[in-house]
Design a protein around this ligand. Structure first.
Ligand code: FE2
Length: 411
């Protein structure tokens, strides 16, 4: 049950599920969090007059639960009565399908190039800078056409070879993030190239180790760790790469607290362009489909990434990255106030609380077929067409990835 509470009555341990204003207008990174300490309370008092507290997700101790129940006299966040699911299909739907078809072709072209570079690495042949530059150019172009390119790529090409797919996704995501940060076009190309090449050394790691189910032994992990040094040496020998690209390849596993490898660098010794690729690499690994591991949803992955702030990653960069991926990342499953469910397929930078949804369930929970898209930004004034909450697809029994693949027929 969500209970409306005056900010003056809040205390640590309570779970804040909703604010009296859009989350984007506040410094809170997550939509829904447990109040940890006085700092959280002070921030809530500064930005809000009241919030909605969820009793089930709050700490289960008597004092807290009684305080929440004491406030039940306030207004509850009830769901708006179910409305009809009549809506006009989003006009951009066809264009989105076209864009994704073009993206798919570009991915296939790049994929072939990446695989041939991986083969060279595997065989110990020199890597051609002209060849890798061409792949990066194509990825940077795709990223600039659509800010969601990287997320679409992570979602839709689960069948491709693992290292090639991961490299392309990290390359595009690094370019997207660098652009979001307002970095120069030149630096954007550096991180995109570093992202493309960062795991090339993995081609030398035996497949049995790479695809092993379960944790690696110390010896196996030792072998995996060699990939960073191996690839950076290869690029340095070719004499044709920007030193920052080589730095990214060598140091993308270094962590702020010095716990990373291969050189155990710490703090400022790891430049921002290296850290950026480190963050993007971890995020892409968590959200990308792997042979033996389930992919995490973007919101869960961002939460895990945020837990590593201060120890592994720089706070400012991670928080910017969360903003870049968005409040409702692509493929998020959301419930509307009218009870219908939809999957986020697009959103405008300046209207991120009202994304475009592919509708999957009606307010009564029935599957909606054929599926259609609706732009929430154009549904203003229609009761119930506002996002109520972000859902975990698995808990709802909805396979968002399968639905998007089915819908856009990309592999
Ligand atoms: Fe790596």
């Amino acid at each position: 049950m969500k209970v409306k509470m005056d900010v003056g009555h809040l205390r640590p341990g309570m779970y804040v599920a909703e604010l009296d204003r859009p989350w984007l207008e506040t410094p809170f990174l997550f939509q829904g969090f447990v109040i940890e300490n006085e700092d959280d309370l002070a921030q809530l008092r500064e930005y809000c007059q009241y919030v909605f507290v969820d009793d089930l997700q709050s700490r289960q101790d008597r004092e807290i639960q009684q305080a929440i129940r004491g406030a039940v006299g306030g207004v509850r966040s009830g769901r708006v009565a179910a409305v009809t699911v009549e809506f006009e299909e989003w006009q951009g739907a066809e264009r989105l399908r076209e864009t994704l078809k073009r993206l798919n072709q570009s991915v296939e072209r790049t994929q072939a190039r990446v695989e041939s570079v991986l083969k060279d690495v595997r065989l110990g042949r020199a890597v051609q800078a002209t060849q890798t530059r061409e792949m990066v150019r194509e990825m940077v172009e795709s990223a600039s056409r659509n800010p969601h390119t990287a997320q679409w790529m992570t979602l839709l090409q689960s069948e491709n070879e693992l290292i090639a797919r991961h490299s392309m996704n990290v390359s595009v995501l690094a370019a997207t993030f660098a652009r979001f940060l307002g970095w120069s076009e030149e630096l954007l190309n550096v991180v995109s190239e570093g992202g493309m090449l960062h795991d090339m050394g993995m081609a030398r790691v035996p497949r049995v180790v790479l695809e092993k189910k379960g944790p690696l032994t110390a010896r196996e992990f030792g072998i995996v760790r060699l990939h960073a040094g191996y690839a950076s040496r290869m690029l340095a020998e070719s004499g044709d790469y920007d030193p920052r690209v080589i730095e990214i390849v060598r140091h993308h596993h270094e962590r702020l607290d010095g716990s990373g490898y291969p050189d155990g660098l710490a703090g400022d010794a790891i430049p921002p362009y290296v850290q950026l690729v480190g963050i993007v690499d971890v995020y892409e690994s968590m959200t990308g489909e792997k042979p033996y591991e389930r992919a995490l949803s973007p919101s869960v992955a961002l939460t895990r990434l945020h837990k590593r702030v201060g120890t592994h990653f720089d706070r400012g960069l991670v928080e910017q990255f969360i903003r870049c991926i968005g409040i409702y990342p692509l493929s998020s499953l959301v419930r509307l106030q009218n009870g219908a469910l939809g999957i986020v397929v697009s959103s405008q930078q300046d209207n991120r609380l009202k994304p475009v949804l592919l509708m999957v369930r009606d307010p009564e929970g029935r599957e909606l077929l054929p599926r259609r898209m609706v732009n929430l930004a154009l549904m203003e004034g229609r009761p119930g067409w506002v996002i109520d909450s972000l859902l975990e697809p698995e808990a709802e029994g909805i396979d968002t990835r399968r639905i998007l693949i089915e819908e856009f027929m990309l592999r």
